[in-house]
Design a protein around this ligand. Sequence first.
Ligand code: CMC
Length: 388
Amino acid sequence: MSNGAHEIIFRPGLEGVPVTHSAICDIDGLNGHLSYRGYSIEDLAAHSTFLETAYLLIWGELPTEEQLHDFEAEVQRHRRVSFRVRDMMKCFPATGHPMDALQSSAASLGLFYSRRAIDRPKYVYDAVIRLIAKIPTMVAAFQLIRKGQDPIQPRDDLAYSANFLYMLTEREPDPIAARIFDRCLILHAEHSLNASTFSARVTASTLTDPYAVVASAVGTLAGPLHGGANEDVLAMLEEISSPDQAAAYLKKAVENKQKIMGFGHREYRVKDPRASILQGLAEEMFARFGRDDMYDVATALEREASSLLAVKGIYPNVDFYSGLVYRKLGIPRDLFTPVFAISRVAGWLAHWREQLGANRIFRPSQIYTGKVTRAWCPVEERTLEMDA
Ligand code: CMC
């Protein structure tokens, strides 16, 4: 389409359209490679911790021992949330989705910490610490509140991931389970310009406060085409119910042009490397804590899909195996996406900082398809036919 001097190319969903320069995360979707700040996801998942990875993403380099110690200590100091936030959460309907509760409570932090100070390094540092520290506490608090209980306080003797599982389940987790959960958080921490991160950058570009940036990203992550898919995967596996039903289910779904949840990705033409690592983590969980029959359904579905969907470049994505790990960890299904948010806040904050470093407000254009040059008509003369 021509627009005078230059040609406009419209790409629905902005597919393949770069909207920023970024040094945070690199995806090689043809070969299935993913790296954060140049470190492969395999190395990070094997050797790092979530907090160390968050530090890497947000500040650009791996921390020294002292920097890591200080970062962990600061996060630990800010885990508690104000009784006012907890009281507010008690007014939320218990039947509401935990992602809505998280979006509201994340936004409410902006009421407590002064805004428009984003040019002050101390404000930026404190906001990073507060968001990483408090989001898990708010997710766990809503879980207990909706069961009619009071939230329990964080435990200072427990590391980040173990403490979250403790606040959620009221039991100190097995150290292996806590480490597997921590590795899940590393895998979900960042993934370039996915919808929620784009949303975070658009919001950041207005120079609003970081709590609004994160709240807008949480709202975007909630959708079933994005973070919400991990909930739907388990529902689908339960509907299929046994490995020998997988082929028939898949055939019917493909015939009906129905999407298989946990499959497909705009960036990957091979299996998502995070799905491969998560599959390994699921197997570790089952070896230690007992099998989940749905895992056999999942592997049967993946096997069947290797002929029906792989031809179109559609393979399991990060959401396909994560729910099986979370279920074994005792995490309720509707908390899978909030758990994704606990992790992805690291990536959102990295992009918030990067956006502020070279900011220009996002203001894309559109191709107008509406009516033009219409004559004004007084209300008493209007008829329904006029709208036709
Ligand atoms: N099952 C069956 N067919 C699919 C699937 C799927 N999961 N995903 C894509 N396709 C087909 C789609 O029907 C279309 O076929 P055709 O060209 O014949 O009409 C083609 O592949 C392109 O699909 P698209 O929806 O235009 O691709 P997209 O890049 O816009 O969407 C996606 C990517 C992730 C939204 C999509 O693959 C999808 O809806 N997957 C299921 C939901 C899901 O698992 N989401 C989690 C994504 S990964 C984590 C995250 O981002 O949070």
